[in-house]
Design a binder for this molecule. Structure first.
Ligand code: ZN
Ligand code: ZN
Length: 380
C-alpha cells in the first residue's frame, strides 16, 4: 500500500501554517486516539498515520525535506534521508508520542522537549549569535564566547540531594516518573508532576543548588570559525548545550555567525563586490588605479574609454570557499565621477572640450544609441 500524502492525512493545505498543522493534528489525534476507540484497528492505523504526518510536518527541516523529496526525503528506511538524526517517524507507544502535544494542551511540563531515552533526558540545544567582521569571516578566526549555562552541581554531583543523603523513591508515581491521569473521556500518561519524571524525590536538598541538581553559571568557550564562513552559517559545539537530566547526554551549542556589513565590500557567496569611483579623465584616457582588497591594496588597469557601470574582475581576490573550494573574485563596479568645485580655468577647459566634441556623436556612443532609440520610439 502506498503512503498517503502527509498534508492530505492532516487535511491541510501545503502552505498551512505551523498553527494550522497543530490544530488539525490535535483534532484528529483526539478523534482517533486508541483510548477513545478501544480495539478498533482502523482507528489505530489512522492514529499512527496522523501522528507520523504530524511528526514530519511540525518539524521545519523535515517538512522542507518532505516538500522537496516526498516520503523518500524523510523515511529512514530510504537511506540518505534529509531528516535529522534519530528523527524518523517511529511507531513507538502512544504515551511516548503524546508526551509532547499533551504537554502543550494541558500545560504539563516536566522534562520539556528533551529526547527521552529510558527516563533520561538529553539536554536542550542552545544557540549563540556571534557577530564577526567580514575580514574575520574571510580569514577564519578563533574567539572566546561567554555563555550562561546550567551546570551539574559539583556539591551533589547533580543528584540534588545533600551530600551523604540519597534521594528517595517518589511516592506519587512509585518511581516510574510517569502517572496516568483521567482527562475527560480518556486517560493519558503524563510526566509525574512531583518528581518531574525522575522517579525520585529529595528529602534533604543540596545546600548549593537547593535540590535542582544544577546551578546557573557562566562558561567561556573557545570557538573556531573556519575561513570562508558566511552569514547565517552555524558552528556546532557538541555537548556544550544544557546538561542532560538523570544521566542523559548534554545538548549541543550552535554558534550562529552573523557578519557585520562592511563599509567597502558587499559579499555574494565567495565573490566580493565594491564600487570604484574613477575620474572623468582616467575613464577617458585610461590609467592605473589603486583599489582596496581584503589583503591590502592592489593595482587595477583602467582601459581608455571606460564607462560607468563597467565591471572589472580581480581573480582570487574574493573569499576562500568554506570547504576547500576555489577562492572567489573581487568585482569592481566603475562609477565615473563628475568633478565638482571647479575653478574658472578648469571650467573653461571643459567648455572647450564640449564644443570640440558636441557636434560629432562618435565621441558619445551612449548618447548616440540613446538618441537612436528615441527616434525609433517616436517613429513607430
Ligand atoms: Zn547540588
Ligand atoms: Zn514521581
Amino acid at each position: 500500500m502506498s503512503k498517503r500524502d502527509f498534508y492530505e492525512v492532516l487535511g491541510v493545505n501545503r502552505d498551512a501554517s505551523e498553527d494550522d498543522i497543530k490544530k488539525a493534528y490535535r483534532k484528529l489525534a483526539m478523534k482517533h486516539h486508541p483510548d477513545r476507540n478501544p480495539d478498533n484497528a482502523k482507528s489505530e492505523a489512522r492514529f499512527k498515520e496522523v501522528k507520523e504526518a504530524y511528526e514530519i510536518l511540525s518539524d521545519g527541516d523535515k517538512r522542507a525535506a518532505y516538500d522537496r523529496y516526498g516520503h523518500a526525503g524523510v523515511d529512514p528506511q530510504m537511506g540518505a534521508g534529509a531528516a535529522g538524526p534519530g528523527g524518523g517517524p517511529g511507531m513507538g507507544g502512544f504515551s511516548d508520542a503524546f508526551g509532547d502535544i499533551f504537554g502543550d494542551i494541558f500545560g504539563g511540563g516536566g522534562g520539556g522537549r528533551g529526547n527521552r531515552t529510558g527516563g533520561m533526558y538529553r539536554g536542550a540545544d542552545l544557540r549563540y549569535n556571534l557577530e564577526i567582521g567580514l575580514e574575520e569571516a574571510a580569514r577564519g578566526t578563533e574567539t572566546q564566547i561567554r555563555i550562561p549555562a546550567l551546570e551539574n552541581c559539583g556539591t551533589c554531583k547533580g543528584s540534588g540531594a545533600k551530600p551523604g543523603t540519597n534521594p528517595s523513591t517518589c511516592s506519587t508515581c512509585g518511581g516510574q516518573g510517569q502517572v496516568r491521569m483521567q482527562q475527560g473521556f480518556f486517560s493519558i500518561q503524563q510526566t509525574c508532576p512531583v518528581c518531574h519524571g525522575s522517579g525520585k524525590t529529595i528529602t534533604s536538598p543540596c545546600p548549593d543548588c537547593h535540590g535542582a541538581g544544577r546551578i546557573r553559571k557562566h562558561k567561556t568557550l573557545s570557538v573556531k570559525i573556519p575561513a570562508g564562513i558566511d552569514h547565517g552559517d552555524r558552528v556546532r559545539l557538541a555537548g556544550e548545550g544544557e546538561p542532560g537530566q538523570a544521566g542523559g547526554p548534554a545538548g549541543d551549542l550552535f554558534v550562529v555567525v552573523q557578519i557585520r556589513p562592511h563599509p567597502v565590500f558587499q559579499r555574494e557567496g565567495t565573490d566580493l563586490h565594491c564600487e570604484m569611483p574613477i575620474s572623468f579623465a582616467v575613464a577617458a584616457l585610461g590609467g592605473e588605479i589603486e583599489i582596496p582588497t581584503l589583503e591590502g591594496q592592489a593595482k587595477l588597469k583602467i582601459p581608455a574609454e571606460t564607462q560607468t557601470g563597467q565591471v572589472f574582475r580581480l581573480r582570487s581576490k574574493g573569499i576562500k570557499a568554506l570547504r576547500g573550494g576555489n577562492q572567489g573574485d573581487l568585482m569592481c563596479h566603475v562609477v565615473v565621477e563628475t568633478p565638482v568645485k571647479l575653478t574658472e580655468g578648469q571650467k573653461e577647459l571643459l567648455r572647450q572640450l564640449e564644443q570640440g566634441t558636441r557636434d560629432n556623436d562618435t565621441h558619445s556612443p551612449r548618447t548616440k544609441s540613446f538618441m537612436d532609440k528615441v527616434r525609433d520610439f517616436f517613429q513607430t
